[in-house]
Design a protein around this ligand. Structure first.
Ligand SMILES: [Zn+2]
Length: 214
């Protein structure tokens, strides 16, 4: 079983998730974009050798901001990001840190992910989905019917496409791809409340448009 802890972090109220394979205790942190007391507390409860991955859905500052700091505390954790997204890490214009006047502590990604890649936490398999559109190299992580999709799909909405490398057609195709997941897939987005594919297929106008026209 996969346990999920949701922490809202940083100035953009980003959802940072800590997922744990209950049997082995192996954990990954998804999108540590900023600070919060809850995140500090949750990280302090993870033994140093049990944080295996820092998984980034995309490279915007509000999703990667605390990565370097966590890597210092958990040097064995592999940092993973979509292959097409790698330049975002060190490019303040792409990751929007320049525009926002924030500093991203530098780090390197050890894993550059592609569609279909598999990451394991104990016996839990996490599948990588390419989800371009909000940014060109965005990815989703799918494990045990739970999807972590960054800023691709929100409850009732979708991610912006007006930042650098954003592309509306690509995002629509990514939404179409997500609509093909099973209805009971739980969606854990980069901001705001969780939802399910079924609910979004019924209520989300963007997803409906993607299904109909793409
Ligand atoms: Zn973003």
């Amino acid at each position: 079983m996969l346990k999920i802890k949701t922490l809202v972090v940083g100035t953009m109220a980003t959802n940072c998730y800590i997922i744990t394979d209950e049997q082995s205790g192996e954990s990954a942190v998804i999108d540590p974009g900023g600070s919060s007391r809850g995140l500090e507390q949750a990280l302090s409860e993870i033994p140093e050798d049990k944080l295996c991955y820092i998984l980034l859905t995309h490279g915007h500052f509000d999703h990667i901001g605390k990565t370097a700091e966590i890597k210092e505390k958990f040097p064995n954790a592999y940092i993973a990001i979509g292959e097409a997204e790698k330049e975002f890490i060190s490019n303040g214009s792409l990751n929007l840190s320049m525009m926002m006047g924030v500093n991203i502590k530098p780090f390197k990604a050890e894993l550059l992910l592609r569609e279909g890649d598999k990451i394991t936490l104990g016996s839990t398999v996490i599948k990588v989905l390419n989800l371009p559109g909000h940014t060109k190299g965005g990815v989703g992580y799918l494990a045990e019917g739970k999807l972590f999709c960054g800023d691709t799909l929100f409850k009732g909405s979708m991610g912006r496409t007006d930042f650098k490398t954003g592309n509306e057609d690509e995002l629509m195709n990514s939404l179409k791809k997500l609509s093909e997941l099973t209805d009971d897939t739980e969606v854990y987005p980069g901001h705001g409340p969780m939802t399910t594919i079924e609910e979004e297929k019924h209520k989300n106008l963007y997803l409906k448009r993607a299904v109909k026209y793409y």
